[in-house]
Design a protein around this ligand. Structure first.
Ligand code: F0G
Length: 459
């Protein structure tokens, strides 16, 4: 691997085996742990300062400079320009939002929303797909597959259609929001509705990929996470290249949090930032595995010597007790997060914390996010609900500079939104508690007097 710009390396301290970037691997063949993409920075030629990336805005007519992923290509330089896939992902914005600052009891001017719903398929996944599909193209893959709670499948299907590959997606029966299912079907993915939940889909897609030689793009694919690092580069860009105090992100399969930790560790190593922000990863209380591992079982990274056994024991305990995840935030309805170990590393790098918030807190935060501007799907709102909780607990200082990542577009899951406002949630997805910001539709007769009376009527 010496002499290459990039290679793959096992994250386990006791293994650390390395592999060529041309190999298609989703786990270390020696020990089974996760893999990283590692760079020889002396060959990648990163700029001397982050602000230099901004110069590429002037070349927006060139697809690789328009891409919010490939604009930063020297920081994820594992393939050649001709292999890079883009459909214009990463045109996102960082919105200062004083309304949400008030809602979470933070200082005005200190709360920012990184809105990833602006991506081509409406979620942050497109950042990762641009990178994973570039690797897929590099290795000559023709069939790509994933297990998904919805957004990964939508994104994969879109990129596969664009790249001329066949998409095969595994989704849990009845567990995926309709906006996302609609996208995958429309983009032409072969969609397998597995009689089981996300974790079952994840297990089966790995088996199918191994057997049928399909290219797997779940976040166990280390190249996908390289693309998701750029979300943090754009946050820094949005803040004029200043480092915030906190990044708050929902946690499902834990790809994002893992990628964010890696992004900051690398930027620090390169001397492109002088400090690393703290990270808060937010579970739903209905899918709270990370919260349990970190806060109850006190699992930590321990320089790559983390307690693998404790994770395996937790999975077994879930099996034995037939514990199933259940949350309105279907995107993060995941009980066996595949990137748990990398997330532990990110928490160590970023002095991170983990919390879980209820569906009630998620849906109220989501309604506030929509009223304040951009909107998001339920899982995304866990970030704002988490920031509110952490400020109330005195963990986040109200005068801190806080960035909450909004991972997906509000139209992804209209059923949850209409359910919240009308109290008629989809069956099996009911949310208990107060709907603080419900905005009921008003039934009115087809009569102008009645219509005017309704318009003039009380709030
Ligand atoms: N937010 C949204 C909107 C998501 O779709 C996901 C994950 C997450 C947050 C959690 O991110 O896995 O990086 O911790 N969705 C995956 C999917 C699992 O299949 O679409 P994570």
């Amino acid at each position: 691997m010496k002499g290459e710009k990039a290679f793959q390396r096992c994250i386990s301290a006791s293994c650390g085996a390395t592999f060529d970037v041309g190999e298609v691997l989703v786990a270390c063949p020696r020990c089974g742990d996760l893999l990283d993409v590692v760079y020889d920075w002396s060959k990648c030629n990163p700029p001397g300062g982050l602000a230099e990336f901004q110069r590429r805005w002037a070349n927006r007519n060139r697809p690789l400079d328009l891409s919010g992923v490939w604009r930063f290509r020297e920081l994820l330089d594992f393939c050649g320009d001709g292999q890079r896939v883009t459909i214009g992902e990463g045109q996102t914005i960082l919105q200062r939002n004083d309304g949400i600052a008030r809602y979470v009891a933070a200082k005005a001017g200190g709360l920012f929303l990184q809105y990833e719903g602006l991506n081509p398929s409406g979620s942050f996944k497109d950042n990762g797909m641009a990178a994973a599909f570039s690797h897929a193209r590099m290795v000559g893959a023709t069939r790509v597959a994933c297990a998904s709670t919805g957004n990964t499948s939508a994104s994969l299907a879109l990129y596969a259609a664009h790249a001329g590959m066949q998409a095969i997606v595994f989704v849990g029966s009845g567990r995926i929001a309709f906006g996302k299912l609609a996208q995958g079907l429309d983009y032409g993915a072969k969609t397998l509705q597995i009689a089981g939940d996300f974790d079952a889909c994840m297990r089966r897609v790995k088996e199918a990929c191994a057997r049928l030689n399909l290219y797997l793009v779940n976040s166990v694919n280390p190249f996908r996470l390289e693309g998701q690092k750029t979300i943090m580069y754009r946050v820094l860009e949005g803040l004029g290249w200043q480092v915030p105090d906190w990044i708050v992100v929902p946690g499902g399969n834990l790809g994002n949090s893992s990628a964010f930790g890696k992004a900051f560790a690398e930027l620090k190593e390169l001397g492109l930032i002088d400090r690393i922000p703290r990270l808060a990863v937010i579970n739903s209380t209905g899918a709270d595995t990370l919260d349990r591992l970190v806060n109850a079982k006190k699992l930590t990274w321990r320089d790559g010597n983390y307690d693998r056994r404790a994770i395996a024991d937790d999975w077994k305990w879930q099996d034995d007790t037939k514990r199933l995840p259940h949350t309105i935030a279907s995107a993060i309805e995941i009980a066996r997060p595949v990137n748990a170990a990398k997330c532990l590393r990110a928490l160590a790098v970023c002095d991170g914390v983990v919390r879980a918030v209820s569906d009630e807190e998620i849906m109220n935060a989501k309604a506030q996010i929509s009223r304040g501007g951009l909107g998001c799907e339920p899982a995304s709102a866990a970030s704002v609900a988490g920031a509110k909780l952490l400020i109330s607990q005195g963990v986040i200082d109200p005068s801190a500079r806080i960035v909450c990542v909004l991972t997906g577009h509000p139209l992804k899951d209209p059923d949850a939104t209409v359910g919240y406002h009308t109290a008629q949630y989809p069956k099996g997805k009911e949310v208990a508690g107060k709907r603080l910001f419900a905005n009921m539709p008003i039934p009115v007769a087809d009569d102008i007097e009645a219509i005017c009376a309704a318009i003039e009527g009380g709030a």
